[in-house]
Design a protein around this ligand. Structure first.
Ligand code: KG4
Ligand code: ZN
Length: 373
């Protein structure tokens, strides 16, 4: 339990005092779905150049618990979060080895917790843990803040998280077109800055990640289906079956994946001997084509300087390659978070917490399963 993502690399809280302008030490907490995650992150800089340094990050995945049911069971998720969250917190404190526990707790400037969208019983476990911790630490640490975070903003801002590539200069980013693709969402945004964006399209039915998970089930692959489809698809022929690409030529920027899913269902029912790898590859190609074509068209129409990609489905390498190719064709930049920060994690919640602080946007500490971006 508690897979550690990064060892501490900061000597002490003084390291963040050399930040430019603002700086904050943030504890991020994420429990919106089937990952319990906590991270300690130092954030620096103002809205023109925010930067983040990960001190330590912990994730406990519930995949094995939900796998027999073929999907996430909300009450099981809640039970697992309740069980895991205190252990992860202890690990965070213990792994921040350069400072004693009290000092770490007193050095916190904010606790950032996901309040939605997601499974409400799961969200509440994180919110209640954050509130209790806040009340406890506030006795000693009078300036401590608690920030409610939109999970989708966590994904959206994840391209700013530390990665091997050089620091991103925001003048090379905006205006941008941002594609957020996860198990619950498929959203296209036009972004003018880190403060201003507008939704220009979204799925009218299933989210793209959901369609990967459902098609994986049809092919008798385990949950979660996205990575399994990607692995199997790599062994198949993506031109073997021409699945429909619903709404691909529609004038708007909306998506639809339920018709594609149904086509795969009928195909597998009517072609019992079909190669599963070919079905997986052809499905993946159809789903990604729709995402890439609309994102590219939006980037062109809005004269974007960059395309931003985030969310669990952004872990798909073929999607990266396709969007990179389109970006090159259009002479726009392409930014995505480091691969491990595509799927749900608490580093992105700490990051979005800092952005919410800079933007002076704090959400109510109430679970909101259908919170929009
Ligand atoms: O962002 P995320 O971790 O959770 C939500 O906020 O929903 O996204 C999870 C989704 C799942 O549907 C999963 O199957 C999909 O992301 N996913 C992938 C890949 N890795 C995860 N889909 C396609 N290819 C992948 N490699
Ligand atoms: Zn997510």
């Amino acid at each position: 339990m508690g897979q550690e993502m990064k060892m501490p690399d900061l000597p002490c809280a003084t390291a963040r005092q050399n930040g430019i302008g603002e700086s904050m030490r943030i504890l991020g907490i994420e429990t919106s779905c089937d990952e319990t995650a906590i991270a300690l992150v130092d954030a620096f800089g103002r809205l023109r150049a925010p930067r983040f340094k990960i001190i330590v990050a912990e994730i406990s995945s519930q995949i094995e618990v939900h796998r027999p049911f073929g999907g996430v069971v909300p009450n099981l998720a809640k039970r697992e979060h309740l069980k895991n969250i205190p252990f992860l917190y202890q690990n965070i404190i213990r792994n921040s080895i350069h400072e004693p526990a009290d000092e770490i707790q007193n050095s916190l400037d904010a606790i950032a917790v996901t309040v939605g969208p997601g499974l409400e019983p799961a969200l509440w476990t994180g919110i209640n843990f954050a509130k209790d911790l806040y009340e406890k630490l506030k006795k000693e640490n009078k300036n401590l803040k608690i920030i409610g975070v939109n999970h989708l903003e966590g994904h959206l801002f994840s391209f700013l998280l530390p990665q091997k590539a050089k620091n991103i200069k925001l003048k090379n980013v905006f205006p941008a077109v941002a594609l957020i693709v996860s198990g619950g969402h498929t959203i296209l945004l036009k972004m003018d800055s880190l403060e201003k964006w507008k939704k220009i399209g979204e799925t009218k039915d299933d989210a793209v990640g959901e369609s990967f998970d459902k098609v994986a089930k049809m092919l008798e692959l385990p949950y979660p289906g996205g990575p399994e489809i990607e692995l199997l698809a790599a062994k198949g022929d993506c031109r073997a079956i021409l699945f429909p690409r619903p709404m691909i030529n529609s004038k708007n920027y909306d998506f639809s994946f339920s018709g594609l899913k149904t086509s795969v269902l009928y195909y597998t029912r009517d072609h019992k001997n079909a190669r599963k790898a070919d079905v997986a590859a052809s499905f993946e190609e159809a789903a990604l084509d729709a995402l890439v074509k609309k994102t590219g068209r939006a980037a062109k129409e809005f004269a974007a300087r960059s395309i931003l990609l985030s969310g669990g489905v952004a872990a798909n390498k073929k999607l990266h390659l396709k969007l990179k190719a389109v970006s090159r064709e259009l002479h726009v930049n392409f930014f995505a978070p480091p691969i491990k920060f595509n799927t749900d994690n608490a580093v992105m919640i700490a990051g979005a917490g800092y952005m919410a602080h800079l933007r002076k946007k704090n959400r109510r500490l109430t679970a909101n399963g259908s919170l929009d971006i």
